[in-house]
Design a protein around this ligand. Sequence first.
Ligand code: BMA
Length: 343
Amino acid sequence: MACPTLAAVNRKASPAKRLIQRLNRIQQHGILFGHQDDTFYGHNWHYEAGRSDVLETAGDYPAVMGFDLGGLKIDSLRNLDGVPFADMRSAIIAQQQRGGIVTLSWHPRNFVNGETSWDPEGGEVTKLLNDKVYRKKLLTALDKVAAFIGSLKTKSGPVTVIFRPWHEMNGDWFWWGGKNTTPEAYRQLYRLTHDYLSRRCRNIVWAFSHNLGATSMEEYYPGDKYIDLVGIDIYDFNNDAKAYSANVDKGLSMVCAFAKAHKKLAALTETGCQTLPQPQWFTQTLWPAISRYPISYVLLWRNAWDKPKELYVSYKGHATEPDFKRFADEPRTLFINDIKTIK
Ligand code: BMA
């Protein structure tokens, strides 16, 4: 499937540039609310057209929807969480048509041992860069990513997405990060990914995001010409609002200072309080933690219908529902109706 041609996009600002400009305009109004896999399933339902836990509690769809490309490289019809790629394409186009924004993460399997993203053996990135056989596997996977992103189009043009590959690289859990590679090899992998996909697609806004625990933005940073948005992933897995708030404070201070100095967008690229044990978490913890930072969006992770522990957003009848509604009604939290006229 073809991507928008260079000739077509060079006539005006590229689709990516237009989304960056739009995100900058929107940021004057507040922080976009995002949710992973929002329309595919919720805490106690899956694959029911039109449904969304956010819509059913906040009264509007999230302004940002996140989806994951993990599984694409093995030619699976469904991603690693069971979402059919054909439905993902339709959901991305639907989100664009309602005036919203899409971000794509990617949990590719390990190109060397064939296991999941979370099964490192060490040295994979160096092999991808230097060994012909593995490099070919990487490029074949990138061809599939390019074909998918290139296929995101409406009648009025390409749908631009915020693509966030090779995330949480400061942790040891993914084969592309931490002790499994070196910062230099990581930077080369990111640049290769960027250059390879950019030759095929002009509808990508590039995101680079650490996980909690990062102490430097520079160590893995591929360089200004490769990145449009910097972020960080921070969760509360222990029902510890105090620690979470301190972590968000530290993380967003670092990310936002770097974003300002490098003229980039910033975001809390993944977050949530696992199982939502505090009924007022949204207004008492999340909003105070993020509201004073100049971030473009906050993305809450998925309400996995088949893994009840993975609950990050309110749903109809849950104890957080009234508070989540209050959070959504706060003028500076932005959902679809708050941004659809900001072009
Ligand atoms: C993780 C968990 C997993 C999921 C993965 C990719 O954080 O939610 O269950 O497979 O993200 O979406």
